[in-house]
Design a protein around this ligand. Structure first.
Ligand SMILES: *Cc1c(COP(=O)(O)O)cnc(C)c1O
Length: 374
């Protein structure tokens, strides 16, 4: 019996996206010079309680801009989770600074905030928090430590658009916060990202860095090196439409998570995402599963290949920064171990979690999970 393959992510678009993109094409405003870019920037900033949004080409370069705008460079250290996407560490390393790692909390998979303070040195400039998979980082202790030691908070909220921490929007906690609009994020523009700030001069700096550090006059004389990280009006048009449906997207993500929770809770030996903590309700950016120790040597990759045979798409969890060959070659993180991140990287994977996932697809995934774990 052959059934349709269920991809790990399917985005959802409607007439509004189509109309706004057509508007760009019909009016000829397709580059970064276009009204949708401004509308998208101010719309996202307003929705997340920030003063300025600076749209960029993707969520990875948003972090490069954040690091550069804060003047973090050689000799500086930034504390960050080992369990995250490489974009977080690569921005620090490219700037000539050193990422200093902390392990994950085994229940939320977010950075263990109890480990931050012991990693602070005279060189520490910032704490980079990264909200992982569906629950925000416990921000109160991070804010206390940052204040006590005079450190910046850089907040990577790529996976948490529409999520709140103690009722306050994720994306509003950093001196600089960053977003991604990749197709698996809660707002997508295909590729895209944003830097969020409240401070006027920081905003000007981010805008300049995004746009090759052009000056108004003389036009082609530069005092500093920037990048072309601009977002196009075509992308922003999709983003404006996606922003209009953000509340529905968030509600649907939570429904999908609740459905999986109900369908999968009878499978023994696996850890499902926590539905909530005392500071947030899971938004299930992705629906992650961790195989418990009682399964011995069984790896996530073993289960993932069986699920693929059952026509279910999955992705592995992040691979920790301290185990990345590229950083080992640079002599970083020598002899460091972070047992929780190492465990969940080998035993964790996520199920189809896209916003366009249907009820019957969720049931098929659950059936495949029961078969694979029986
Ligand atoms: C997706 C993601 C990014 C990178 O975004 P891109 O737009 O793909 O470059 C950065 N950080 C986190 C936590 C992400 O999930």
């Amino acid at each position: 019996m052959s059934s349709e393959f269920i991809p790990v992510n399917t985005p959802l678009f409607g007439k509004v996206e189509e109309n706004y993109v057509l508007d760009c094409i019909r009016t000829g405003w397709i580059s970064s010079e276009g009204e949708y870019v401004n509308r998208f920037e101010s719309g996202v900033a307003r929705a997340l309680g920030r003063t300025y949004g600076i749209a960029v080409a993707n969520g990875s370069v948003a972090i490069d801009v954040a690091i550069a705008a804060l003047g973090i460079g050689p000799g500086d250290e930034v504390i960050m989770p080992t369990f995250t996407i490489i974009s977080c560490a690569s921005a620090i390393v490219r700037a000539g600074a050193i990422p200093v790692l902390v392990d994950s909390d085994p229940h939320t998979w977010n950075m263990d905030t109890n480990q931050i303070e012991s990693r602070i040195t005279a060189k520490t400039r910032a704490i980079m928090v990264v909200h992982i998979y569906g629950l925000p980082v416990d921000m109160s202790p991070v804010q206390e430590i940052a204040e006590k030691f005079g450190l910046f908070i850089i907040e990577d909220a790529a996976e948490m658009i529409g999520q709140t921490y103690k009722g306050k929007q994720c994306g509003s906690f950093g001196q600089i916060s960053t977003l991604s609009f990749y197709p698996n994020k809660h707002i997508t523009t295909g590729e895209g990202g944003m830097v969020l700030v409240d401070n006027d001069s920081l905003s000007e700096r981010c805008k300049s860095l995004r746009n090759l550090c052009f000056k108004a006059n003389p036009r082609f004389v530069h005092d500093e090196l920037g990048w072309n990280f601009r977002m196009t009006n075509l992308q922003a048009a999709v983003g404006v439409a996606q922003l209009e449906r953000l509340d529905e997207t968030v509600a649907r993500k939570r429904e999908i998570g609740d459905l999986y929770n109900n369908l999968l809770c009878d499978i023994g030996g696996i850890q499902l995402p926590l539905p909530n903590t005392d500071y947030a309700k899971n938004i299930y950016w992705v629906y992650g599963i961790v195989i418990k120790a009682e399964y011995g040597e069984l790896l996530a990759s073993d289960i993932m290949s069986k699920l693929a045979k059952n026509r279910v798409g999955t992705r592995p969890f992040f691979w920790p920064m301290h185990e990345q060959p590229v950083f080992q070659k640079l002599g970083l993180f020598k002899g460091e171990t972070y047992p929780v991140a190492e465990y969940i990287a080998r035993k964790g994977f996520y199920l189809p979690s896209g916003v366009a996932l249907t009820q019957s697809q969720i049931e098929s995934v659950s059936k495949a999970m029961h078969e694979v774990f029986s």
